[in-house]
Write a protein that binds this ligand. Structure first.
Ligand code: PLP
Length: 440
C-alpha cells in the first residue's frame, strides 16, 4: 500500500537535500482539510488543526490559507499558529498543565477560548483574568480581543469533559477514561459551569471532549458525543450560553491495512444534533490531516546478518521517528531502488528483515519482519505515514541532528526547514564551556 501520493523524483530529492529527509505532500494536506470541512456540510463548523501532530510553520500556513483554525497545547504553539497566519479568533488552547504565564498570554492574545482541564485550573484562569482585566495598565489589546459579541474583560473558556468511554486505542494515547489524567467528570463539569457562569471574569462559551488518538471505530466517539450533548442541553437550559461544541480530534488513519476512521459518516450522524442546539461544531484533527501525507526518505547504510536474522541499517533512527519504539507503531516501508534515478527492480528476491537505525538501543527500530529486496549501501527507502508525530517528536538523542523538511506541491519541491547543523546543536552549551565556575 502506497500512501504518499506526491509525484517526486526521490533520487533527486536525496541528492539535493540529503537524507534522512521529511517529505510532505502539501496539496493532499489541503485536500484532507477540505474533506473534513465538507463533512460538516452547510452547518456552522470550525476545523482546528492540532498543531502538535506537526507544527512546521509552512504546514500550518497552507492550512491557514484555506481557513483552518488551530488547536494548541502550549503557548508556544499558539505563537506558531499566529506566526503562520491563523487568526486569533480561530485558536483554542488545550492541555492538562498550563502555566500561569501561558494563561495570561493566551488571554492577552484574545484567542477563541481556553479548554479547562481541572477545577484548580479554572480558578487560576479566573484569578489571572481578574488581575489582567482590572489592572490599570489594561491595554486596548484585551478590549479588541473580544470577537463574538461577549462582554469584554472575561476569559472565554470551555471545559474538557471526560465521558468515561473506552476509545479502544493504544493505552498511551487513550484519554477518555476516568483513570486518565484528562478532563473532568460530568458532575464536576456541571458544577464548574455553574460557577463560571456566575463569575464576572469567566465566560463559559464551549464544551469539549477528546477521548484519545488513532481511533478507528466511531462507536466510542458516538457514545461520548451523546453523553456530552445531554450535558450541553442541561447547561443551556440553566441559561449557560454555550456557543461551541468541540468534538476533539483523534480520528484514526491507515498505517498498515486498517480502514481509516469514517469521518464523513461520523459527522453526518452528529452534526444535526449539534446544530439543533444552535452550537458551532469544532473538531481538532491532527493525525488525520497530516499523517498519511508525510514520509521519510532514508538511505541504507548497510546490512548485518546474525544466525537467524537480517538487519537493514538505515540513516533514519528513533530520534527521527519515535513512534515504532514508543508505541510499537507500524510504518510501511517501501524500496525505492538504488537512488541513481532508475526504476526500482520489483523482480528482485525478497528477504525478511528488520529495518533499524544506528542508535545504541535495542528499541531503536523502524520496522520489523518486512520483506524487502536485497539492499545495497546507498539504496533509498521510503518510510510512509510519518507526517504526524514524526518530526514533532524528533530529538537529538545520540547527538544526531534533526532532518530537513521539504514540502511538495504541484510537482515542485520546497525546503521548509533546514537540516540542523552541528554548530546549531552545540551553540547553547559552547559559550559556557570555557567560563564555567565549577572546578574539578
Ligand atoms: C492531541 C490532541 C488532538 C489531536 O489528536 P489527533 O489524534 O492527532 O487527531 C486534538 N485535541 C487534543 C485536546 C489533543 O490533545
Amino acid at each position: 500500500m502506497k500512501y504518499f501520493q506526491a509525484s517526486c523524483d526521490y533520487a533527486e530529492l536525496a541528492k539535493i537535500y540529503g537524507t534522512p529527509l521529511y517529505l510532505y505532500d502539501l496539496d493532499s494536506i489541503q485536500e484532507q482539510y477540505k474533506n473534513i470541512k465538507a463533512s460538516f456540510g452547510g452547518f456552522k463548523s470550525l476545523v482546528c488543526y492540532a498543531l502538535k501532530a506537526n507544527s512546521n510553520l509552512s504546514i500550518i500556513n497552507v492550512l491557514a490559507k484555506i481557513g483552518s483554525g488551530a488547536d494548541c497545547v502550549s503557548f508556544n504553539e499558539v505563537k506558531r499558529a499566529l506566526l503562520a497566519g491563523i487568526p486569533r479568533y480561530k485558536i483554542i488552547f488545550s492541555g492538562v498543565g498550563k502555566e500561569d504565564y501561558e494563561i495570561r498570554e493566551a488571554l492577552k492574545a484574545g484567542i477563541l477560548f481556553l479548554n479547562v482541564e481541572s477545577e484548580m485550573e479554572l480558578l487560576r484562569i479566573e484569578q489571572i483574568a481578574r488581575e489582567l482585566f482590572e489592572s490599570p495598565t489594561q491595554t486596548r489589546e484585551s478590549n479588541i480581543a473580544d470577537c463574538s459579541g461577549n462582554s469584554l474583560a472575561q476569559a472565554r473558556i470551555s471545559i474538557r469533559v471526560n465521558p468515561d468511554v473506552d476509545a479502544k486505542t493504544h493505552p498511551y494515547i487513550s484519554t477518555g477514561l476516568h483513570e486518565n489524567k484528562f478532563g473532568l467528570d460530568i458532575q464536576t463539569a456541571k458544577r464548574l459551569y455553574l460557577y463560571a457562569h456566575k463569575s464576572p471574569y469567566l465566560n463559559p462559551v464551549g464544551i469539549h471532549y477528546h477521548i484519545g488518538s488513532q481511533i478507528l471505530e466511531s462507536s466510542p466517539l458516538l457514545e461520548s458525543t451523546h453523553k456530552i450533548l445531554d450535558l450541553a442541553k442541561s447547561l443551556l437550559s440553566a441559561n449557560i450560553e454555550l456557543k461551541f461544541f468541540d468534538i476533539g480530534g483523534g480520528f484514526g488513519i491507515s498505517y498498515n491495512d486498517e480502514t481509516p476512521f469514517d469521518m464523513a459518516g461520523y459527522i453526518s450522524q452528529i452534526v444535526r444534533h449539534i446544530d439543533a442546539l444552535d452550537l458551532t461544531a469544532i473538531c481538532e484533527p491532527g493525525r488525520f490531516i497530516v499523517g498519511n501525507n508525510g514520509a521519510i526518505l532514508t538511505r541504507v547504510l548497510g546490512e548485518k546478518r546474525t544466525s537467524n536474522k537480517k538487519f537493514i541499517i538505515i540513516d533514519c533512527a528513533m530520534n527521527d521517528l519515535l513512534r515504532p519504539s514508543l508505541y510499537r507503531a507500524y510504518h510501511h516501508v517501501s524500496y525505492l531502488g538504488s537512488g541513481q534515478g532508475e526504476q526500482p527492480d520489483t523482480n528482485k528476491t525478497l528477504e525478511k528483515c528488520d529495518i533499524v537505525g544506528a542508535i545504541c538501543e535495542s528499541g531503536d527500530y523502524i520496522a520489523k519482519d518486512r520483506e524487502l529486496p536485497i539492499c545495497q549501501k546507498g539504496d533509498l527507502l521510503l518510510i510512509e505515514s510519518s507526517g504526524a508525530y514524526g518530526y514533532s517528536m524528533a530529538s537529538n538523542y545520540n547527538s544526531r541532528l534533526k532532518p530537513a523538511e521539504v514540502g511538495i506541491s504541484k510537482d515542485k519541491h520546497f525546503l521548509i526547514r533546514d537540516r540542523e547543523t552541528f554548530d546549531e546543536s552545540v551553540q547553547s552549551e559552547l559559550r559556557y564551556l570555557n567560563n564555567n565556575k565549577f572546578s574539578v
